[in-house]
Design a protein. Structure first.
Lengths: 470, 494
């Protein structure tokens, strides 16, 4: 009887632990870059000993270094372990965490952490502590990083993350998310006022705590026989920041580490203050392209890094390249196309997308001849003059609706769709959200199967000249 | 160290495990040390007060059997009671006394008295002083032999599960069990699982319901002048729910924790909001205090076996002092007196009501009649809670005035209810949790079973499933941590 009771108790405890851990996964903190993306998901699921180059630092690092470009152009297997507001203490604890499973040959640290003096935003404290797995390292990290609130709350995590129940999204319940190796492309462009390069010799010491962790990082790298490369990504750096970088450079050089000050290399990089920055502080996609190219050349020239492109174990870098390509295509091609002809021309070339096209009302009344372009997508003459909904995927039409009274629904990668029609109009729902823009013209909704999101939803209003409604 | 804190989550298992490891004879000493540690976690200085109360009542208990003359016995008890009431007055009521006196002096245009020192109310002082006084009175009445072991007696006064917010245990019940502590095996499977289930249930009602509805209550009571009938009613109903779940939650955790340690504490609540009269409410609400006042004050005053006028006077004294026990302010006294008036009014109108029922041929045993009685009793109780919760009598009166004059039924439908601190999802969580509480109370009321007894009758999947769900509800929906600051148990301040 006692044995039976004990077995029952153990069984139920196991069930409880399993349920609780699933609930924890759902509620867990999933943001390291301010955009509901966490690098820890891919890091913790990554096979051991794959990363050759580890990038670390604050948002300035994940905005400047494009891992997919380093992969596609140089075959460098890099991981961008950067977190918003990552100071040097956080860099150290992340490095310890990384070295538990990886043996990078080079660790590149964007040095803005040396300018920090404490966390300005509590969210950054969350981002740098909560995703760490429970371990002696995470305990130490919490004890030394947390300055606001009870460290016990950060260590136990539940006291902070349990309130996320009110902000959960579908993605919190997904286990397989698109690959994310750390780079976050910024597509917004802002013209910035450049600052002069500091050419004096005066170095301003970094804060005592920063220096302590700088020494620890250097010692840790030496212990693991890792080459260290400190760098400063381009921005409109104030004079004080530049003097602090001087200090970091001195320490780096004294300890045999490299120091790459891109503030002094803006011309070599070809940085343009009109086009290459999201704001004075961060590079945008175009800036990152230049920084990454320079960094790739530099890494290839200074370190013996193997080309991993033919190694099957590195498939996630291929997947990451596809994901990043989609991000760029969505932003720079699809969302920047506004003419009906160009838009229809674009669709046949899309791969990894599902496109919903509907013709509504008096959609033929526009002055452009669009049949040829619709035909290019696969819409035949037979259906051209009717009001239908078409679903197009990777080069072919997979569904054609009747003109009225229909309902079609199904799954999409990471989502679902439903299209329906009545005598008066059509409804296209993706993830239960309606997307059609016009009742007199053509609606086109492009769903990105790789990123799991609606890449674009536009309507072309037929009366007149198919003006775009986005 | 709150029951709903990480500290207690570590403290309690350590205490239980060491209880298991230590020799049986040392258990009560270990529990005594643990209890003092628990108490000192609020403020180490308080321990001296606890020690003083313990010493005084312990010595009084030892002296009493040796007093041959009735006068000396009475004198001993009187000195002991005066000492304790003096302590209570000094620590709890001095401010009220001074403020009231100054108000009177101000009315007479005389110089006000200044307070030359700050007094911090020691947590739980009313509970252990009443428990200790009960012991002395029991010994005086020869209902109990005095406890000779000073450490065991000290444990009786300081037993940590019920030290700071009750139940106010009777010496006959608790001391007897503490004496047997070294004789019975500890951690019996039934008592451990039952105790832990009770603790989970108590934490659920405290952290998921009481602390959640407290957000709404605080919003309404702090700015009552901005709200109309609907919001004020929500605030008043919310407070009835809050104080019940808060105090009942604490008591249940205390009873559960004691049960894990092999000690059975008295139940402090028995579905009070299902009462059909105010008298019944007091037999179901804070039972340990109500019976304390009944046994040690109301009956010695003459109880109900005296003239009607005297009976009503006894009732008003008892209820007024019960109010004063709950808080050192006039709102609490008013709350107690309102309950006294309710009972007197109920007694006076009983013949009239009975005549009315028979004239109307009312089916007084029907469900609908009982339901009407339950609802009317609840509304009366809830009305009195307004005085209990308000910052002053003036605020309570203004609150009531607005409640009855600022009629705004449209607020029920325009979403204003979700602007009182709890948005729609939070409100939904509250509603579902209250439904679970209602179900548990209904089972208790109908089947006379507490949560544990009910669950033990169910199949194992249901039993474990219920406990797991409650635990998960606490973890996810409990009010704790960074975004929410968990509030202290209301009854700690008494």
């Amino acid at each position: 009887m006692k044995l039976k009771r004990a077995v029952q108790s153990i069984l139920f405890c196991i069930i409880f632990i399993l349920i609780t851990s699933r609930v924890y996964q759902v509620l867990s903190w999933k943001d390291t870059g301010g955009d509901y993306l966490t690098i820890f998901n891919d890091f913790y699921h990554m096979e051991e000993n794959l990363i050759d180059v580890l990038f670390m630092g604050s948002s300035r690092c994940y905005c400047a270094i494009d891992n997919s470009r380093l992969w596609t152009e140089y075959g460098i297997a890099s991981f961008n372990f950067s977190i918003s507001g990552q100071d040097l203490a956080s860099t150290y604890y992340c490095l310890v965490e990384a070295l538990k499973t990886q043996k990078p040959k080079v660790v590149c640290i964007e040095s803005y952490g040396a300018v920090f003096e404490g966390y300005q935003v509590i969210g950054n404290m969350y981002r740098n502590t909560l995703p760490l797995k429970l371990s002696a390292n995470s305990y130490e990290a919490v004890q030394n990083i947390v300055t606001d609130g009870d460290p016990m709350d950060y260590w136990l995590k539940w006291p902070i993350i349990h309130t996320r129940y009110s902000e959960l999204r579908a993605r919190d319940f997904e286990k397989d998310l698109p690959v994310y190796l750390g780079y976050q492309a910024g597509f917004h462009t802002e013209e910035i006022q450049g600052t002069p390069l500091y050419i004096g010799d005066e170095a301003i010491p970094t804060a005592e705590k920063n220096e302590e962790y700088l020494d620890k990082i250097i010692a840790l790298a030496k212990d693991h026989d890792i080459s260290l490369c400190f760098f400063v990504a381009p921005y409109a750096a104030p004079d004080t920041d530049q003097r602090i970088y001087r200090y970091v450079e001195q320490i780096a050089r004294e300890n045999g580490a490299d120091f790459l000050n891109m503030l002094a290399l803006k011309e070599e990089l070809g940085m343009d203050t009109h086009t290459d920055y999201t704001n004075w502080f961060h590079t945008n996609y175009f800036g990152a392209e230049k920084v990454t190219h320079y960094m790739g050349e530099y890494l290839k020239a200074h370190y013996a890094l193997p080309d991993r492109r033919d190694d099957v174990r590195y498939h996630i870098w291929d997947e990451d390249a596809v994901v990043r390509f989609h991000e760029v295509q969505n932003e720079l091609t699809i969302r920047r196309t506004s003419d009906v002809i160009n838009y229809l021309n674009l669709i046949p070339g899309l791969k990894g997308y599902t496109v919903f096209i509907s013709t509504e009302g008096d959609y033929l009344s526009g002055d452009a001849d669009i049949f040829g372009y619709l035909n290019g997508i696969g819409i035949s003459e037979e259906f051209y003059s009717g009001r239908h909904v078409w679903i197009w995927e990777d080069g072919q039409i997979t569904y054609i609706s009747p003109e009225t009274d229909f309902l079609q629904y199904g799954d999409l990668p990471y989502s679902e769709y439903a299209v329906s029609g009545s005598e008066t109009d059509h409804t296209i729902l993706i993830a239960r959200t309606p997307y059609q823009k016009t009742t007199d013209g053509i609606n086109i909704i492009i769903y990105d199967n790789i990123l799991g999101e609606v890449a674009d939803a536009v309507g072309f209003y037929a009366p007149g000249s198919y003006a775009m409604i986005r | 160290m709150l029951f709903n804190s990480v500290d207690f989550l570590i403290f309690f298992p350590v205490i239980v495990l060491l209880c298991l490891i230590l020799p049986k004879k040392l258990r009560y000493l270990w529990l005594l040390a643990a209890s003092y540690f628990f108490y000192m976690s609020w403020n180490a200085k308080y321990a001296f007060l606890l020690l003083a109360v313990t010493l005084c009542t312990y010595l009084a208990g030892l002296i009493l059997p040796h007093c041959r003359r009735s006068f000396t016995r009475r004198l001993t008890v009187a000195v002991c009671i005066v000492f304790h009431l003096g302590l209570l007055f000094y620590f709890k009521y001095f401010d009220l006394f001074l403020n009231t006196l100054n108000r009177m002096l101000s009315g007479l245009h005389l110089q006000l008295l200044e307070r030359s020192f700050d007094i911090i109310l020691p947590v739980g002082i009313s509970f252990y002083i009443f428990q200790s006084m009960g012991y002395v009175i029991d010994v005086y009445r020869n209902e109990l032999a005095p406890e000779k072991n000073p450490f065991r007696y000290a444990l009786f006064v300081s037993f940590f599960p019920q030290l700071v917010a009750g139940p106010i245990e009777r010496s006959k019940n608790l001391l007897g069990q503490l004496k047997e502590l070294d004789q019975k095996p500890l951690l019996q499977p039934g008592s451990v699982s039952g105790g832990l289930t009770l603790m989970v249930w108590g934490l659920f009602v405290k952290m998921v319901i009481a602390d959640r509805v407290a957000i709404l209550v605080d919003t309404v009571f702090e700015q009552f002048y901005l709200y109309g009938t609907v919001a004020l009613l929500a605030g008043a109903l919310g407070f009835a729910l809050q104080i019940y779940c808060d105090f009942m939650g604490y008591s249940v955790i205390a009873v559960g924790a004691a049960r894990v340690l092999g000690i059975t504490l008295m139940d402090n609540f028995d579905t009070p909001y299902f009462s059909r009269s105010i008298g019944e409410f007091w037999r179901r609400w804070h039972i340990s205090l109500s019976t304390w006042f009944r046994d040690y004050l109301y009956i010695p005053l003459g109880g109900s076996r005296c003239s009607r006028a005297r009976k009503y006077l006894n009732l008003m004294i008892t209820m007024g002092l019960s109010g004063l026990w709950h808080g050192a302010n006039w709102t609490c006294i008013a709350w107690g007196l309102i309950h006294g008036i309710y009972q007197i009014a109920g007694d006076l109108t009983r013949p009239f009501r009975q005549k009315l029922y028979s004239a109307l041929s009312a089916k007084t045993e029907s469900l609908s009649f009982h339901l009407a009685q339950v609802c009317s009793t609840f509304l009366l109780v809830d009305f009195a809670w307004i005085f209990f919760r308000a910052n002053s009598i003036g605020v309570a009166l203004s609150f009531c005035k607005r409640l009855f004059t600022k009629w705004d039924p449209w607020s029920l439908f325009n979403g204003e209810i979700y602007t009182l601190g709890l948005d729609r999802p939070e409100f939904n969580i509250l509603v579902v949790s209250v439904m679970i509480l209602f179900l548990a109370d209904l089972i208790r009321y109908k089947k006379k079973q507490d949560v544990v007894a009910f669950l033990q009758e169910q199949c194992i999947w249901f039993r474990w499933g219920a406990v797991m769900l409650l635990t998960l509800a606490i973890l996810v929906f409990g009010i704790y941590g960074v975004k929410f600051e968990s509030s202290q148990f209301i009854y700690f301040q008494f």
